[in-house]
Design a protein around this ligand. Structure first.
Ligand code: NAD
Length: 475
């Protein structure tokens, strides 16, 4: 596969260039390196018509046939993984190892989601009982998938895999900041899926609202910010389109005094600064027991200083730039605000101008709970360390947010760790680990971090509606 040629959209398995294009920028140097199609309303109408046409045939195929096509697509992606990962670093900025990890996860999600669907008794096309009750899960129709720019392809695949294997067809819209890997994935899918089953459209800020308001869409699967999630839900109400929303988070990590600091400091650093902190489930507020706070801070900062920040394409880089100029400006503003407020920086606090969107690792030393770096989702490499004294206190502070995506507890004593975990208002709680996600486990934000479920059986079933057939003898 050629990753340098013109990038085209996929509609009805045809390459579509669109009349207008938009620039795609490499976040490392701020330079435009590619043009992506900017879909017009007519392109969207055509994609939705194509998906609607494809739906009856795709739905009617045996589950085993749909699965085989999707598994072949997973193999094809696996075979092209190196090219996809390089392109991902160029458009997103992430370090090369992280980009390879994301593409490997895309392959895994496709494979394991398909395998789990094949084992699902309600999805499989078992015959309807002549007498008695049969439970079936039937597909909804055309799904609109909308992804953000932090894990551009993976968060698309989280939707593509369950939606398609369960018999739906799709229009997939990546973020305008990171459309290229998704467009290439569409190109790959043309060889493995029937026309219209997966359409991939890139476009500007107008495309998302057009897609969610379209009467030809039966379900919206969205990942992005909580603010946009609210807009999507408003838009979906016009046609009562079903929604699954995976939204923002402000995840607490709770570090108890019995931890082995040498072991946990590198893990907690990665927890917060992976993908330059642009991770919905990054540890965004780090609560450290006061008994170890100073020694933890010292080691954490020393570890941070040892990390290489720079060009994601350089294999020595641990942390790349943030993804776009808006994000850079927002983070710059946040750090300036912290300085103005007199908050103490354990590391960072000053921006040095660079050609690209590089943000230095910034660690705040115990700012107030109501300060912006604690109360807001920074979504970048800016982390507050916070001292706490008691479990009751830290649980209350951890839960005092509108978000409830995930959390982590770091503690040697299993009884204490599980007791804390059970009091946290979050869809996923990790103990002595973090970011261990699986296609087989439900991922669902509590409170304003989400609406509905992705992954696991619950996630698969979100792309279906139950149909119950109750049969009695005629006389
Ligand atoms: P965003 O909400 O700005 O954009 C997400 C997607 O929605 C993009 O494709 C965008 O073009 C589209 N969009 C924007 N406005 C729209 C509208 N009115 N209608 C329909 N679509 C619209 O989010 P982002 O800045 O790309 O991503 C960062 C956010 O995503 C963070 O808040 C992060 O926590 C969240 N996120 C959540 C998860 C999760 O699984 N919960 C995962 C990753 C990121």
């Amino acid at each position: 596969m050629n990753f340098d040629d013109a990038f085209t959209m996929t509609i009805d398995n045809e390459p579509v260039a669109a009349h207008e294009t938009m620039r795609v920028v490499n976040p490392h140097n701020g330079q435009t390196f590619a043009q992506a199609p900017r879909a017009a309303e007519a392109d969207l109408d055509r994609a939705i018509r194509s998906a609607r046409r494809a739906f009856p045939g795709w739905r009617a195929m045996p589950l085993a046939t749909r699965s085989a096509a999707l598994l072949a697509l997973a193999d094809a992606l696996d075979a092209e993984a190196a090219g996809f990962a390089q392109l991902l670093t160029r458009e997103q900025g992430k370090a090369a190892a992280e980009a390879r990890g994301e593409i490997a996860s895309c392959v895994r999600w496709l494979r394991e989601t398909v395998q789990s669907a094949m084992a699902d008794a309600e999805l499989c096309d078992a015959p309807v009982a002549k007498l008695g009750v049969t439970m079936q899960r039937v597909p909804l129709g055309v799904v609109a998938a909308i992804a953000p720019w932090n894990f551009p392809l993976l968060l698309g695949i989280w939707k593509v895999a369950p939606a398609l294997v369960s018999g739906n067809t799709m229009v997939f819209k990546p973020s305008p900041f990171t459309p290229l890997t998704s467009l290439k994935f569409g190109e790959l899918a043309r060889r493995h899926l029937p026309p219209g089953v997966l359409n991939v459209l890139s476009g500007d800020d107008e495309l998302g609202p057009m897609l969610t308001a379209h009467p030809g869409i039966d379900k919206i699967a969205f990942t992005g910010s909580t603010a946009t999630g609210r807009a999507v839900m408003r838009s979906a109400s016009a046609h009562l389109t079903r929604v699954t929303l995976e939204l923002g988070g402000n995840d607490p990590a709770i570090v108890m005094p019995d931890v082995d600091l040498d072991a946990v400091v590198p893990k907690l650093f990665t927890a917060a600064f992976r993908n330059a902190g642009q991770f919905c489930v990054a540890a965004k507020r780090m609560y450290v027991h006061r008994d170890i706070y100073e020694s933890f801070k010292e080691r954490f900062v020393a570890h941070a200083r040892s990390r290489v920040v720079g060009n994601g394409a350089d294999p020595a880089t641990h942390m790349g730039p943030v993804q776009n100029a808006l994000q850079l400006k927002r983070l710059h503003g946040l750090v300036e605000h912290c300085a103005e407020q007199g908050y103490v920086f354990a590391l960072g606090g000053r921006f040095t101008p660079s050609a690209g969107y590089h943000v230095p690792i910034t660690i705040l030393d115990n700012p107030p709970d109501d300060s912006r770096p604690v109360a807001e989702e920074a979504f970048g490499p800016v982390l507050p360390l916070l001292a706490f004294d008691s479990i009751d206190e830290v649980v209350a502070r951890a839960n005092s947010t509108e978000y409830g995506l995930a959390a982590s507890v770091w503690c040697r004593d299993p009884a204490t760790a599980t007791a804390i975990a059970q009091r946290l208002a979050a869809g996923t709680v990790w103990i002595n680990t973090i970011h261990d996600l699986s296609p087989l486990r439900p991922f669902a934000g509590h409170k304003q971090s989400g609406f509905g479920v992705e992954n696991g059986r619950d996630g698969l079933h979100e792309y279906t509606a139950p149909r119950v057939i109750v049969a009695e003898a005629a006389n």
